[in-house]
Design a protein around this ligand. Structure first.
Ligand SMILES: *[C@@H]1O[C@H](CO)[C@@H](O)[C@H](O)[C@H]1NC(C)=O
Ligand SMILES: *[C@@H]1O[C@H](CO)[C@@H](O)[C@H](O)[C@H]1NC(C)=O
Ligand SMILES: *[C@@H]1O[C@H](CO)[C@@H](O)[C@H](O)[C@H]1NC(C)=O
Length: 347
């Protein structure tokens, strides 16, 4: 496995640094776009038309977009929208919508330090980004996430309940449920001990990611390097009496975890953040986990934060990874990395 990883690194270094970038070449990963200095990407989603959306944290509260990433050899991230009333944006998710309107929900608020992850309690809000069929996209506040939201991190839509979204708060250690129409927020719709930070944990960040899949809500807690699932109904409510169970403990593979998605086989692909700087594959049946791309010393994806599969004509096998930056080097900046999953061969 170590040897395989070395080969990857060399192949990737070659494509990322040397010569013209061939977007349909044979290496599994390439830097899709490098953002300018003082950028940090936190969450990524893909539009129906294949365009990428990515939220930025701390240095700016912008939503960046990369249009049609699968058809261009050279891509740039442009600012699609700015949200000046907060200084950071976090999780973003598509709200299952109607035929004439495409909409995304995202959260934002104020961070006072990126290294200690301190936030201004009460500054966090939920917003809706709408793409009307005709005209420019608009951003509108939908909720103050009151009363005590302090680090809403990951958000997820509920396929059968398009009027609500779930919001995982890493400091509250619970999942809240937000009504998008009224802005009403129940901060502890799901509150299990395994969502919080246990006493003495090195990383003081509780539940940081979640997704609904089938009849389960899956969630990850970086302070215990563990992924759990709990039974929910189709409207995203806890099944009465259901208790969470452990899906995987990735502590032997990576010291942290962040957002995850499901691959076409129904297994988890997970961004690890720094210092692992990688994507980890988790078999949801056995809990077996392994790094499939990136690594602590690989410059490919420093501080991998989130990932999303392409939805264009040429990139449904490709997942896009958003990154913060090299934590030890403030002169580095965020990037989006494209990984062709069909070339990874991780089974
Ligand atoms: C959050 O940050 C924004 C942008 O810097 C600022 O305008 C706003 O007053 C801050 N809000 C709070 C509650 O501190
Ligand atoms: C995960 O595994 C580590 C190492 O074996 C162990 O110390 C830790 O308690 C486990 N965590 C959970 C939540 O099972
Ligand atoms: C991050 O930056 C430090 C300091 O410049 C450097 O030593 C290290 O190799 C970089 N890490 C990666 C993964 O690029």
């Amino acid at each position: 496995m170590f040897l395989k990883f070395l080969t990857f690194t060399i192949a990737i270094g070659g494509s990322a640094l040397g010569g013209p970038i061939d977007p349909f070449g044979s290496s599994a990963a390439r830097v899709l776009t490098q953002l300018p200095e003082k950028t940090w990407l936190e969450s990524i989603a893909v539009r129906r038309n294949g365009d990428i959306l990515a939220t930025s944290l701390f240095y700016s509260s912008n939503i960046f977009t990369v249009t049609q990433p699968s058809v261009h050899a050279h891509n740039t991230a442009k600012i699609l929208a700015s949200v000046p009333e907060v200084n950071s944006l976090l999780g973003i998710t598509e709200v299952p919508g109607s035929y004439d309107e495409e909409a995304f929900f995202f959260v934002g608020g104020n961070f006072t330090s990126l290294t200690t992850f301190s936030t201004t309690v009460g500054s966090f809000k939920g917003f809706k980004l709408t793409f009307p069929r005709n005209g420019n996209p608009t951003v509108q506040k939908v909720s103050d996430l009151a009363p005590f939201s302090s680090f809403p991190n990951s958000v997820t839509a509920i396929p059968q309940a398009p009027g609500s979204v779930l919001v995982a708060d890493s400091f509250v250690g619970a999942i809240g449920r937000l009504d998008l129409l009224t802005g009403q927020y129940d901060p502890r719709a799901f509150a299990f001990d395994d969502m919080a930070v246990p006493k003495g944990a090195k990383l003081p960040i509780g539940i940081s990611a979640m997704r609904m899949k089938g009849s389960y809500l899956y969630y990850g807690n970086p302070s215990t390097q563990s992924i759990y699932k709990v039974k929910v109904d189709s409207k995203g409510y806890l099944v009465k009496g259901a208790q969470p169970s452990l899906v995987a403990n990735i502590s032997s593979v990576a010291p942290g975890l962040d957002d995850f998605i499901f691959d076409p086989q129904g297994n988890i692909l997970l961004a690890t953040n720094s210092p692992e700087n990688a994507i980890v594959h988790v078999d949801v049946r056995t809990g077996r986990s392994k790094r499939i791309i990136g690594g602590p010393t690989d410059p490919l994806m420093p501080d991998s934060t989130c990932l999303a599969f392409g939805r264009g004509i040429l990139d449904t096998n490709t997942f896009y990874v958003s990154t913060g930056r090299n934590i030890s080097d403030p002169t580095t900046s965020a990037r989006i990395v494209a990984v062709d999953a069909s070339l990874l061969n991780y089974y």
